[in-house]
Design a protein around this ligand. Structure first.
Ligand code: CUK
Ligand code: CUA
Ligand code: CA
Length: 635
């Protein structure tokens, strides 16, 4: 049984062509056989006991008005670019955190403070985020930061969870498309691990399309989590999809679906096995310390070569175009999800030191089990009780399987490791159980993030919402308890206990978020919490004002046509829900100024005339009256 080559389901793909309907139809046949072999408890339930179970589950998710959710959920906003904060189990949306998008309400991407954080990449108006992950200490969430990737523009951003704002953004140099992203768990999140997906030529100077050449590669990127600067990069063979880190602090692993270095679908599916690449982080650090690195072009980032044969990495063959890479919460396994193979591969982390030391010579020797779970396994999550839950994209199911039983079955024992298969609606990608990425996985809630949705919600035109389904996993059986429509496209989410996230109610005046603006004011001799002053500096005009409900400190000012105007507002209200806004009509300018915050925005006063500005957050009974006028004198 060991090392058998499971039947690839690429045939399924090929038979059905690429039509999604055929795709699902063809797979259903194979799916039936699998389900039949593993008779499910739920199918034996009576209608009455089913109804009672549903009612019980529904009561569990009911969070009454005024009551608080048990968990903070952070949802990726996908190619919409933001992060959303959702209460679990109510699935109520609590907040949105703009990151790789432009946000009209808060002025993210418009204000000077946000553009300073975005740096040069502020010129991009789009993003594509996938993987939100919370910083950890000793394998548990410390609630400090949340990190997220931008595949579209090769960026990684950090969100400070005390204020729920993005405070750092880094464009990863020398690579294209940051996809997989995970954090070092132990001893703490010193590093952010970020996979660059696409193979490109180096130098990428427009002289070559060739991906097979020696100088065509992609890299595993390691970022210092505190400074948000690049620590180092590792050249890999093939490409990189998803990644995760272990609980010893030594290893990170990543899946590769394009070991072929192909440029098209057929080519990328040629090999029956691709691989998981494992990185020995301390060994890489040591090599860099010893000066064994190079650099690329103008970049100062140390680059080591971790391609097949390197001492710094190991390549473990796994079938076929693997996707998700998940560390089990017991710390035992890296699990690679087969995607085009109906299997998951369990890589035994405890054996990796021997693989690196050469005591195990065949990389497949670290495979603890490779078991069939169903068609199109994409991602796996854990309940802390020895069970794993894998999404089956093609079967549109979540399969619950027991890890210890899977290893026994792989070693030839007759045990049924499949515990349950639950239909979801449909085509699930990521899956996430509460606290699953930590040693505290508590096995209470499971979110299955389904691609699109059909016949589940009111019709909203040709574009369908996604469907993030909430499943109760606290008992023996998974129970679907809630359908959560979401906008394009969460990919992934993360749940933390509410006591693990500590937020500020009002801004600290010394917050680094607006420190550059405070610095500018200081040079202008301005006391931001008291002064209301217009300062002219050649063609530049800086308007400093306070705001206190329901009035701005300055209600009229005059500039000349063509002036570059910077409006700096400090909200001196100290009551926690009195956020003000500033909108200059017909200038594309709007922003949030929460209590004790300073916000600023710069625009060109290019239209002569009188222009009203107004407060955009409903701060007071006289909110509508919170206005002012700018007079632009013709040049
Ligand atoms: S990926 Cu989208 S479903 Cu970007 Cu984590 Cu798997
Ligand atoms: Cu201030 Cu509305
Ligand atoms: Ca492949």
């Amino acid at each position: 049984m060991k090392d058998k080559q499971p039947k690839s389901n690429t045939e399924v793909l090929e038979q059905g062509g690429l039509s999604r309907r055929n795709f699902l139809g063809a797979s259903a046949v194979t799916g039936v056989a699998l389900v039949g072999a593993t008779a499910l408890g739920s199918s034996l339930m009576t209608r009455e006991s089913w109804a009672a179970a549903v009612k019980d589950a529904q009561q569990k998710i009911h969070v009454a008005p005024g009551e608080l959710d048990e968990y903070y959920g952070f949802w990726s906003g996908g190619h919409q670019g933001e992060v959303r904060v959702i209460g679990v189990p109510s699935m109520r949306e609590l907040m949105r955190i703009p990151v790789f998008n432009v946000d009209s309400a808060t002025g993210w991407g418009i204000t000077n403070e946000s553009r300073h954080i975005m740096g040069e990449s502020a010129k991009f108006l789009n993003g594509d985020c996938h993987h939100p992950h919370i910083s950890m200490t000793d394998g548990k969430y410390d609630g400090k930061y949340l990190f997220i990737n931008d595949k579209a523009n090769s960026r990684v951003a950090r969100i400070r969870l005390d204020i729920m704002k993005c405070d750092k953004m880094l464009t990863v140099p020398n690579v294209q498309a940051i996809h997989g992203l995970r954090l070092q768990k132990v001893p703490h999140t010193k590093y952010v691990f970020a996979n660059a997906e696409f193979v490109i030529p180096h130098p990428n100077d427009g002289s070559s399309f060739d991906l097979q050449a020696e100088n065509a590669y992609t890299m595993f990127n390691v970022i210092d989590a505190e400074t948000m600067e690049m620590a180092f990069q590792v050249i890999v063979s093939g490409n990189l999809d998803n990644t995760d880190a272990d609980y010893t602090g030594r290893f990170a692993a990543a899946t590769c679906y394009n070991s072929e270095k192909a440029y098209d679908l057929g080519g990328m599916m040629r090999n029956e096995r691709d691989w998981v690449v494992v990185f020995d982080i301390p060994a890489i650090e040591k090599a860099i310390k010893a000066g064994k690195f190079s650099t690329i072009g103008d970049s100062k980032v140390p680059v080591v070569d971790g391609r097949e044969g390197s001492e710094l990495t190991r390549y473990i063959p796994v079938p076929k175009n693997p996707h998700g890479c998940n560390t089990s919460s017991d710390g035992k396994y890296f699990i690679a999800n087969g995607k085009l193979s109906p299997t998951v591969t369990m890589i035994e982390i405890a054996k990796l030191p021997d693989l690196f030391a050469g005591k195990i010579t065949d990389p497949r020797g670290v495979v603890a089990a490779e078991v069939e779970v169903g068609l199109g396994p994409l991602h796996t999550t854990f309940d802390g009780r020895g069970n794993a839950y894998t999404t089956l994209f093609i079967d549109s199911q979540v399969v619950k399987w027991n890890m210890a039983d899977a290893v026994r079955a792989y070693n030839g024992e007759k045990v049924n490791y499949i515990k349950q298969k639950l239909d979801v609606q449909y085509q699930p990608g990521h899956i996430h159980a509460s606290l699953t990425e930590t040693s505290e996985a508590d096995g209470k809630w499971l979110v299955a993030l389904c691609k699109f949705s059909k016949d589940r919600f009111l019709q909203v035109g040709p574009l369908h919402p996604e469907n993030d389904q909430l499943i109760d996993i606290s008992g023996e059986e998974m129970k679907l308890v809630h359908d959560g429509p979401t906008y394009a496209e969460p990919h992934d989410c993360i749940l933390a206990r509410r006591d693990q996230i500590k937020t500020k109610k009002i801004w600290d005046r010394n917050d680094p978020f607006f420190a550059p603006t405070v610095e500018m004011a200081k040079k202008d001799g301005i006391n931001l919490t008291a002064d209301n002053k217009v300062i002219r500096d050649g063609k530049k005009v800086r308007v400093y004002m306070t705001s206190m409900a329901p009035a701005y400190g300055i209600t009229e000012f005059t500039v000349k046509q063509g002036d570059e105007v910077t409006v700096v507002i400090t909200n001196i209200d100290e009551i926690e829900d009195v956020t003000h806004g500033f909108v200059m009509t017909n200038h594309g300018v709007g922003m949030e100024i929460s209590p004790q915050q300073t916000s600023s925005v710069t625009f060109v006063a290019d239209k002569p005339g009188l222009h009203w500005y107004y407060c955009s957050w409903f701060c007071h009974a006289l909110h509508m009256e919170m206005v002012g006028r700018m007079l632009v004198e013709p040049a």
